[in-house]
Ligand binder design. Structure first.
Ligand code: ATP
Ligand code: MG
Ligand code: FE
Length: 344
């Protein structure tokens, strides 16, 4: 099937067309730079940017693929999780297109799209695949039984997401939003063992084991406290070393728990997705650990890691191929959509 995928959960307006598992076009318009000086995404600014970019993105995606709207078999759109005002723009626009062109529409889970997108590069999921989702809003380990119908949550963060932790430390260091990529760049020049950064939940809380859960708020606090101590004593902050130590700690705990999960579930394949999977320290650590544990690690190219329409279209292909019923034409958005909901 040929699917038009539309994305507007946060600060990227995106449209893409996928046929089977071939990407025909992929257009992304980001309002990221408009938020930089506020230190985070401003929902009103993001929603307005979606309203402006929606039609041009869809038109460009169709033009790049050499198709008309009448040529697509269905439309898929992120219905959640995300910012309500942003979701409303993409979902309303997608419903209008579906209604006008008499096409079925699928309201899909954006986070599951981050998993589905790897198929464009690596092909179908082998049985017993585990997926590590790491983004600005999520850090979870999932068992992918059937990407169109059934996904289980194996572990999740009890507080901050990995990307959120990077963004918060980046703020302390004075980097503009989103700070993750700045930490990545500085970490490449630093010593990862210069500062002891805790890994969080290595032992489990209050005697209870959390073998696959994560916790990153303590990591951020530890780094913040260390920076304050240095400042109180009038010492300069070794920015590269702070970044390298933070990145090493976060990448290590993610890789270790993901591999432990693969062992427990008998998975020979680990899918990695979400904006934080663009992080070079995490990519290197996962590939290294995967090699050591005999697990094939599938991390998509960077432009498919951050938010895009291809991930939405690819999941749409999976839903159509699995014979899943399209969404009701009046389906609602769900800004807190749970990870176990694949489509609405
Ligand atoms: P979700 O997918 O959970 O709804 P989101 O869509 O806001 O969240 P993404 O766009 O998938 O998140 O990812 C954005 C996050 O990825 C930000 O926290 C950003 O700092 C982080 N990020 C992007 N590139 C890098 C990098 N190279 N190193 C570290 N972090 C990065
Ligand atoms: Mg974004
Ligand atoms: Fe995302």
């Amino acid at each position: 099937p040929t699917i038009l995928g539309i994305e507007s959960t946060c600060d990227e307006t995106a449209a893409a067309i996928v046929r089977g598992n071939t990407l025909l076009s992929n257009v992304v318009s980001s309002s990221m730079n408009e938020h930089a000086r506020y230190g985070g995404v401003i929902p009103e600014i993001a929603s307005r940017a979606h309203a402006e970019a929606f039609v041009p993105c869809v038109q460009q995606a169709l033009a790049d693929a050499g198709l008309e709207l009448s040529d697509v078999d269905a439309i898929a759109v992120s219905a959640g999780p995300g910012l309500a005002g942003c979701l409303a723009v993409g979902v309303s626009g997608a419903k209008a297109l579906a209604w006008a062109a008499h096409k079925p529409i699928y309201g899909i889970n954006h986070v599951i799209g981050h998993i589905a997108v790897t198929q464009l590069q690596f092909g179908a999921f082998p049985p017993d695949t585990l997926a590590l989702i790491v983004s600005g809003g999520h850090t979870s380990l999932l068992h992918v039984e059937d990407v169109a119908r059934h996904i289980d949550v194996v572990g999740t963060t009890l507080d901050d997401a990995a990307g959120e932790c990077f963004d918060k430390v980046a703020r302390l260091l004075g980097f503009p939003y989103p700070g993750g990529p700045h930490i990545d760049r500085h970490a490449q020049q630093g010593n990862p063992h210069a500062i002891r950064v805790p890994q969080g939940l290595t032992q489990g809380k209050a005697g209870r084991e959390h073998p696959y859960d994560f916790s990153f708020s303590g990591v951020k606090t530890a780094v913040a406290r260390w920076i304050e101590e240095q400042q109180a004593e009038g010492r300069a902050i070794p920015v590269d070393d702070v970044c390298a130590s933070l990145a090493d700690s976060v990448a290590s705990v993610l890789a270790r728990k993901a591999m432990h999960g693969c062992e427990q579930y008998g998975s020979k394949t680990l899918i990695v997705g979400g904006g934080f999977s663009a992080n070079s320290q995490l990519r290197a650590k996962l590939l290294e650990e995967g090699e050591r544990c005999g697990v094939e690690v599938r991390i998509p190219q960077i432009k498919l890691c951050t938010d895009n329409g291809a991930m939405v279209a690819m999941l749409g292909v999976n839903l159509v191929e699995a014979g899943v019923k399209p969404s009701d034409p009046d389906f609602p958005i769900d800004s807190a959509m749970p990870l176990t909901t694949i489509s609405v």
